[in-house]
Design a protein around this ligand. Structure first.
Ligand code: CP
Ligand code: NVA
Length: 310
């Protein structure tokens, strides 16, 4: 994956299946290094700007620990502290950060912001979640699927709930790239945008199926859900709860999905809403592995783009 040097990760549409598989192989390698107690220092002397417009536990901690433990210096910048589109344009902030840092992580609202940061900083920029996409999450999700089943091509991942959010979009893309059958089960109003479906169907090795019937989860290798109300959508709480109630992941849905089906959730979760406590805490749940894998996949992305993975 030498060809990834200097690249940004804004969304996964830009990456080939081989590049994605290469990142997942590297993530498995760095995970094993840690388990074996090795502590390479591949980010020594490097700095990473980490801009957050929205809150984060996993993404912030994954970037910060992955970069810091290998000798890099991550700098946390919340938008209540820095000028970003406030007193200074995003373009100008990007040019300044590009002169000072080796890379930039951005979590926030607009996908356009992360694109401008990449365009104007001239450094690798990593999308740590926008309204539209959550690409580093999707890498960790597929790493978790690999660990559970050995292989991923030909597997079936069912995402049930809000099919229009960032997590759903990135799952649709990564599954299409890697030949994983992706089923999106959502009420009509919350199904994925047609342009995204057209895009992935133009290159998909496996199908992307959209339906509004929870029974279509039958025969899945993984059932995945996310919160019903994403960050920035708080005003829609009531309406979403009414709309999505039939799409809760509970024991009967998991039973219908199949005996070896695993449960995935990007977290944070509202337990009792999109998933019952029984499933969340149950034996089929792989959510803590999934959260841990955020760190290994994010480290792999930073190594491949900013440093020397060897
Ligand atoms: N899954 C995820 O991105 O978690 P955080 O919002 O805590 O970063
Ligand atoms: N869809 C959620 C994911 C959080 C990691 C949100 O955007 O809030």
């Amino acid at each position: 994956i030498g060809q990834l040097a200097g690249r940004s990760l804004l969304h996964l549409l830009d990456f080939t299946p081989q590049e994605i598989e290469g990142l997942l192989d590297l993530a498995a390698r760095v995970k094993k290094e840690r388990i074996d107690g090795r502590r390479p220092q591949r980010f020594q002397g490097m700095t990473l700007a980490m801009i957050f417009e929205k809150r984060s536990t996993r993404t912030r901690c994954a970037f910060e620990t992955a970069f810091g433990e290998e000798g890099g210096h991550p700098v946390f910048l919340s938008t209540s502290d820095i000028q970003l589109g406030g007193k200074e344009t995003v373009e100008d902030t990007a040019r300044v950060l590009g002169r000072m840092f080796d890379g930039i992580q951005f979590r926030g609202f607009s996908q356009r912001t992360v694109e401008i940061l990449a365009e104007y900083s001239g450094k690798p920029v990593f999308n740590g979640l926008t309204d539209d996409f959550h690409p580093t999450q999707a890498l960790a999700d597929i790493m978790t699927l690999r660990e559970a089943f050995g292989t991923t091509a030909g597997r079936t991942l069912t995402y049930i709930g809000d099919g229009r959010n960032n997590v759903a979009a990135s799952l649709i893309i990564i599954c299409a790239k890697l030949g994983i059958e992706c089923r999106i089960i959502s009420p009509g109003e919350l199904q994925p945008p047609a342009d995204l479906l057209d895009t992935v169907r133009s290159f998909a090795a496996a199908g992307t199926h959209v339906s509004s019937d929870p029974a279509d989860a039958a025969g899945s290798d993984a059932v995945y859900t996310d919160v019903w109300v994403s960050m920035g959508e708080e005003s829609q709480q009531q309406q979403r709860t009414a709309l999505l109630q039939p799409y809760q992941v509970n024991a009967s849905l998991m039973q219908l999905a199949g005996p070896d089906c695993i449960f995935l959730h990007c977290l944070p979760a509202v337990v009792g809403q999109e998933v019952t406590k029984e499933v969340f805490e149950g034996s089929t749940s792989r959510i803590w592995d999934q959260a841990e894998n955020r760190k290994h996949t994010i480290k792999a992305v930073m190594l491949a783009t900013m440093a020397d993975p060897e």
